[in-house]
Design a binder for this molecule. Structure first.
Ligand SMILES: Nc1ncnc2c1ncn2[C@@H]1O[C@H](COP(=O)(O)OP(=O)(O)OP(=O)(O)O)[C@@H](O)[C@H]1O
Ligand SMILES: [Mg+2]
Length: 317
C-alpha cells in the first residue's frame, strides 16, 4: 500500500506539487497523467525517497519514506525519467553491481542478473558498455534495475518513452503480467496506454490533483460520451426529423448516406443514453437498423478539458 498525504514540493517560489493525497493498494496499475511540468516526476521522486517533500508524507507498506528511506526503498523499484546510468560499465556489470547493493551476492546475484537480462531482452547487449547503447536499450536497462529485486512497488516514470513499437508492447505485456501482485505507478503521455494498462488514473495539472478514477469513468466526462451512431434503412429527411424529436436528443448529425441507407449521429443532452429512444423511433417507422453504437467517450477530450480549465480561469481573472 502507498499512502500519500498532503504532499507538497516547492522549488523556491514555485510550487511543483501542491497538496496531493491518494492511496493505492496491491493489484492496481495507477497511471499518472498531466501536461509537461505538471509535477508527475516530482511526485514520483518524492514517493521513491529521492527528493524530500516540503510538506506532507509518503508511507510505503507502512514505512514512512522520509523517516526510513532505506527500508522503504527495499520495497520499491524506481525507473527514473532520465536514467543516471554508469556509462563505463557493461550492462551485466551494472546490474550485478546494483544486485550487490540490493544485498544479493554469489550465485543468487548471478541468477538474478541472468533472469532480468532475459526478461528485459538485454541478453545480447550484456557485455556492451552502457555509453554505447541505443536509447531504447538504455531505457530497458533502467527498467531492468528497477525489477532486479522483484519489489512490491514499482514506480515507472514514462516507462515506454523512447521504445520502438515492438518494445513498447513487450513492456506493456510485462506490466500487465506483474500487475496482480504489485502496486505499479506509472506516468505517461500516451493515453491509449492508460486505457490498455491502468485500472486507475490520476490527472495532475499545475501540481494539483484534478481527477482520480478509473479510465472508463473518466471518459464518461467527455462531451461525446453516449453519442449514438445509428445506421439504418430510411429516408433521410424523415429520419433526421424523427430522431431529433427524441426528448434526450440535443441534435442529430448526418454522417453519410444515400437514397436507402443513412448513418446518423445522435448527440444527447447531459450525456443521456439514447439507445432505447432510437430503437423505439426506428420501430415505430418500420425502419431497419443495421448498426448502432454508443460512444464510450474520449480520454484525450477529458484530459484537455481538465488540464486547460485552470488556464481559462487564469486568463479571465
Ligand atoms: N530540481 C528542480 N529545481 C527547480 N524546479 C524544478 C526542479 N524539478 C522540477 N522543477 C519544476 O517543477 C515543475 C514540475 O516538474 P516535473 O518534472 O515534476 O513535471 P512533469 O509533470 O514530470 O513534466 P514532464 O511531463 O515534462 O515530464 C516544473 O515546473 C519544473 O520546472
Ligand atoms: Mg516528468
Amino acid at each position: 500500500m502507498i499512502q500519500v498525504e498532503h504532499l507538497v514540493k516547492k522549488f523556491g517560489l514555485r510550487t511543483a506539487v501542491d497538496d496531493v493525497s491518494f492511496e493505492v493498494g496491491k493489484g492496481t496499475v495507477l497511471g499518472v497523467l498531466g501536461p509537461n511540468g505538471a509535477g508527475k516526476t516530482t511526485t514520483i521522486r518524492m514517493i521513491a525517497g529521492y527528493l524530500p517533500p516540503t510538506a506532507g508524507t509518503v508511507a510505503v507498506n507502512g514505512i514512512d519514506v522520509a523517516a526510513d528511506p532505506v527500508a522503504a526503498q527495499k520495497q520499491m523499484g524506481y525507473m527514473p525519467e532520465n536514467t543516471p546510468l554508469y556509462d563505463e560499465m557493461t550492462v551485466a556489470g551494472f546490474l550485478g553491481f546494483l544486485a550487490e547493493l540490493r544485498g544479493f551476492s554469489g550465485k543468487e546475484r548471478d541468477r538474478r542478473v541472468d533472469a532480468i537480462l532475459e526478461k528485459c531482452m538485454l541478453a545480447k547487449v550484456r557485455h556492451q558498455t552502457i555509453d554505447t547503447l541505443s536509447k531504447g536499450y538504455r531505457r530497458r536497462t533502467s527498467l531492468a534495475q528497477a525489477l532486479l529485486h522483484d519489489p512490491a512497488v514499482l514506480l515507472l516514470d514514462e516507462p515506454t518513452e523512447g521504445l520502438d513499437p515492438n518494445q513498447k508492447q513487450v513492456v506493456r505485456d510485462m506490466i500487465n503480467e506483474m500487475a496482480p501482485d504489485k502496486i505499479i505507478l506509472l506516468s505517461t503521455h500516451v493515453l491509449e496506454e492508460v486505457e490498455a494498462l491502468c485500472s486507475r488514473a490520476l490527472i495532475i495539472s499545475e501540481g494539483r490533483l484534478k481527477a482520480d478514477s478509473a479510465p472508463a469513468d473518466l471518459k464518461k466526462r467527455s462531451a461525446s460520451y453516449n453519442a449514438l451512431t445509428v445506421e439504418l434503412l430510411a429516408p433521410r429527411a424523415e429520419a433526421l426529423q424523427a430522431f431529433g424529436r427524441i426528448p434526450d436528443v440535443e441534435r442529430v448529425e448526418f454522417v453519410a448516406g444515400d437514397d436507402r441507407k443513412q448513418v446518423l449521429r445522435l448527440v444527447p443532452r447531459d450525456r443521456q443514453s439514447l439507445a432505447v429512444g432510437a430503437v423505439e423511433t426506428a420501430a415505430r417507422h418500420k425502419w431497419m437498423v443495421t448498426e448502432m453504437r454508443s460512444d464510450p467517450g474520449r480520454l484525450d477530450e477529458v484530459f484537455r478539458q481538465i488540464t486547460t480549465t485552470a488556464d481559462v480561469v487564469k486568463q479571465s481573472a
